[in-house]
Design a protein. Structure first.
Length: 368
């Protein structure tokens, strides 16, 4: 941070902006998905005996960066014209081909020295720089003190591609130091409590176990085949709880507080567009389980659950339905019913249900 700040020009309008990013450690946790085969095909061809995941892990263990390649949009210097080129990141720097995907040295144009530059995400790229998509980033040479002049502006086709390039740039610049920092953080988490101060407990996939609460006391489910059965039984219990809720006087259900209780939840974002939702989730990290709930723009009485599985964002329509005077919410045509959105979210934080993954991290409205 100090190194970056020291490069700012005196009196420049520069500031640090911090934001939550659930994908911070995906570089070491889900490296195979972060570096798809199509973007590291050169390394795979050179190491045909190694599997894709094994190859990427070897690079990370050594603190080096694989050769990454793919198409990027490049803004021509001094012009507002964007052109599509095939880029290659090598140990000697970043290059682009002037002839399709050719890697012939005659066709490779040197583009940037990353050791003498910093890499940044570009926000409001379409508005400020006319980027073809919202997935822009830039390379800022150390000699550029302030202003836009001298910035090398680039743009990816999607968030997955941009995440790959940004991860590769981080490895290229900080390599082994990044890996050491990650190992030290993991070691602190696994440190026995009597050696040092007790670390704060964090809820993660490794800390969660399947439980059965159908009896007088809870028990850990050790048989994997029992997990699905327990989930179905719990879904039935939710339905019974819904019936119990709606056995209350009708006046209670029509109260404004009951109808709008979900608005107090941090995962609810009111009336916001699908595009804004995808941008906000993308900025906070495309990690399995990142989600948010919003009002549907197409269905005035419905809601939408936006969820990230496998570095993609999917949207699930939540519809209200009334049966025998009872109102409930469902995502599967009434197969599983919930009394309100809070119940729906809490259930899917424990059980996957019809979703590709459980709800793990709610997306904040302001990316802190």
């Amino acid at each position: 941070v100090v190194e970056v700040q020291s490069s700012w020009a005196p009196g420049a309008d520069s500031r640090f902006v911090f934001r939550k990013n659930f994908a911070k450690y995906e570089l070491f946790k889900s490296n195979a998905s972060l570096f798809p085969e199509v973007m590291v095909s050169s390394c795979l061809e050179a190491n045909k005996s190694m599997a894709h995941s094994e190859l990427i892990q070897n690079f990370l263990n050594s603190g080096s960066c694989p050769e990454v390649q793919g198409f990027l949009q490049l803004r021509e210097a001094g012009r507002k014209v964007w052109k599509r080129f095939h880029f290659s990141l090598r140990r000697s720097g970043l290059y682009y081909s002037t002839k399709g995907t050719s890697k012939d040295p005659r066709h490779l144009q040197y583009f940037a020295d990353l050791t003498e530059s910093n890499i940044y995400y570009v926000t409001q790229g379409k508005k400020l720089y006319g980027t073809p998509t919202e997935f822009g980033f830039c390379i800022k040479p150390h000699k550029v003190r302030s202003g836009v002049k001298g910035l090398k502006l680039l743009c990816s086709e999607d968030e997955q591609s941009r995440s790959c390039w940004m991860a590769a740039f981080r490895l290229f610049k900080y390599g082994m130091q990044l890996y050491r920092n990650y190992q030290q953080a993991q070691a602190r988490l696994s440190q026995p409590p009597w050696i040092g101060p007790t670390p704060l407990r964090s809820v993660s996939d490794n800390a969660l176990v399947a439980m059965d609460f159908s009896g007088c006391t809870g028990r850990v489910i050790e048989n994997p085949s029992e997990v699905l059965t327990a989930a179905l039984e719990e879904a039935q219990a939710w339905r019974k709880k819904t019936t119990h809720r709606y056995s209350l006087p009708a006046a209670c259900h029509s109260s404004p507080l009951s109808a709008a209780i979900h608005r107090t939840q941090p995962w609810f974002h009111g009336r916001i567009s699908r595009e804004d939702t995808q941008q906000l989730i993308g900025r906070q990290g495309l990690v399995d389980g990142v989600f948010r709930v919003r009002e549907s723009q197409r269905n005035p009485k419905g809601f939408v659950l936006s969820l990230c599985p496998l570095q993609r964002i999917k949207h699930y329509l939540i519809l209200p339905s009334e049966e025998e005077g009872r109102l409930y919410f469902t995502m599967d045509d009434g197969q599983t019913r919930f009394a309100d959105l809070i119940q729906l979210v809490e259930f899917h934080q424990i059980n996957r249900g019809i979703l590709p993954c459980k709800l793990r991290h709610y997306c904040t409205c302001v990316a802190l």
